[in-house]
Design a protein around this ligand. Structure first.
Ligand code: GAR
Length: 214
């Protein structure tokens, strides 16, 4: 069974969604290690409570980005992990690392990529006036928040939303699609062909999300 390394930097609610999916039997893999780039990240406590192997790898303890990534690589391999999930991991991986783990690193981003990559995306979503946003699970490439898209969920922007209310609504969708996308990858039902994902899974084509409602 594939072991997964989950990289976090903070709260770890997406990590929790993966832990819960595993506990329900909805994940065809095991979490082999949780790595935090920050000491005291609340997500580490979630890992501890779930009885998962966890550790801190801090950028400040490494002379270069390459050395930091080499340590991440070492920890993932030492714990027998064949797949990496970025879950609120606020470090940009080096091109060398992204290439070495090509199609074996997943990331979740709280917007409908390729729209609104980068940080503060909810602020920019609100400023732009779009009425639908969402979240994206994708394979990682050297470019930030880019790479073949595995799953997306759409979420309406509602009148009166602020960054927090929008982020909270998107987060509910994140917790649904990250375990789903990861499980499809673990089951070998996701292929990357010419930088697009082909998923061997049922899709719904009879639905449309309209906002405001007609
Ligand atoms: C999530 O909203 C995740 O999509 C986002 O950080 C949050 C982490 O929350 N990631 C990014 O913005 C990466 N570009 P969590 O620690 O509770 O999972």
């Amino acid at each position: 069974m594939t072991r997964i390394a989950v990289f976090i930097s903070g709260r770890g609610s997406n990590l929790q969604a993966l832990i819960d999916a595993r506990a329900r039997g909805d994940l065809a893999g095991d979490i082999g290690v949780v790595v935090s780039s920050r000491t005291g990240a609340p997500g580490l406590e979630r890992a501890r409570k779930a009885g998962l192997h966890h550790c801190v790898v801090e950028p400040a303890d490494h002379a270069s980005r390459e050395a930091f990534d080499a340590e991440l690589d070492r920890v993932a391999k030492q714990t027998g992990c064949g797949l990496i999930c970025l879950a609120g991991f606020m470090r940009i991986l080096t091109p060398g690392f992204a290439q070495a783990w090509r199609d074996r690193i997943l990331n979740i981003h709280p917007a409908l990529l390729p729209a609104f990559p980068g940080t503060d995306c909810h602020r920019r979503v609100l400023d732009s006036g779009v009425m639908i946003t969402g979240c994206t699970v994708h394979f990682v490439r050297p470019q930030v928040d880019a790479g073949p898209i595995i799953a997306q969920a759409a979420v309406p922007v509602l009148p009166g939303d602020d960054e927090k209310s929008l982020a909270d609504r998107v987060l509910v969708a994140e917790h649904r699609i990250y375990p789903l996308a990861l499980d499809l990858v673990l089951q070998g039902r996701v292929r990357v062909i010419e930088e697009r994902v082909v998923v061997d899974a049922p899709v719904r084509s009879d639905d449309m999300l309209v906002n405001p409602a007609p």
